[in-house]
Ligand binder design. Structure first.
Ligand SMILES: [Zn+2]
Length: 154
């Protein structure tokens, strides 16, 4: 099964070279995850160009995909909002760049295990770093509770 994913994000109002870099970084990232990225910068039209003409070609490309990947900051873009609307109306699955943070790999600063997702604040067990969920519950929260009890007694 093909896993084509259309990359959507703000293009206007930004530096074009920076945008190109952001789109192609997303394409690399998606390819590494086994997707087939579709980059609207490669729609064959001159950039910048006529907005309507771009939308027409881009929507065509979009509808060949099973997924849409929304780059950070997509919400400032009229085109990206529209693409997300069309995509979800036509049954494409949306993915969001900012959600990828949840899947990042971290190393727990307390038990040294690898975990995914949001790290937790290890204070007061450690001053710096991020700890896993288990350490959060078994080590950090009891310590914090103890500390607050001690403070109450002062
Ligand atoms: Zn841990």
């Amino acid at each position: 099964m093909s896993k084509k994913v259309y990359i959507s994000g703000a293009i206007a109002h930004y530096d074009l070279e920076e945008r190109k870099a952001a789109f192609s970084a997303a394409a690399t990232h998606l390819r590494a995850q086994g997707y087939e990225p579709v980059n609207p910068f490669e729609n064959g039209l001159p950039q910048p160009g006529d907005w309507r003409e771009h939308m027409r070609v881009d929507i065509d490309m979009l509808l060949e995909c099973q997924y849409i990947y929304m780059l950070k900051g997509w919400w400032v873009s009229k085109g990206a909002k529209l693409e997300l609307d069309v995509a979800t109306s036509c049954g494409l699955k949306p993915m969001f760049e900012e959600d990828d943070v949840h899947n990042e790999e971290h190393k727990c600063c307390i038990c040294s295990k690898t975990f995914y997702g949001y790290g937790n604040d290890p204070y007061p067990v450690k001053e710096e770093g991020e700890c896993c969920e288990t350490c959060q519950w078994e080590r950090v929260l009891p310590e914090r509770y103890k500390l607050s009890k001690e403070r109450e007694q002062v």
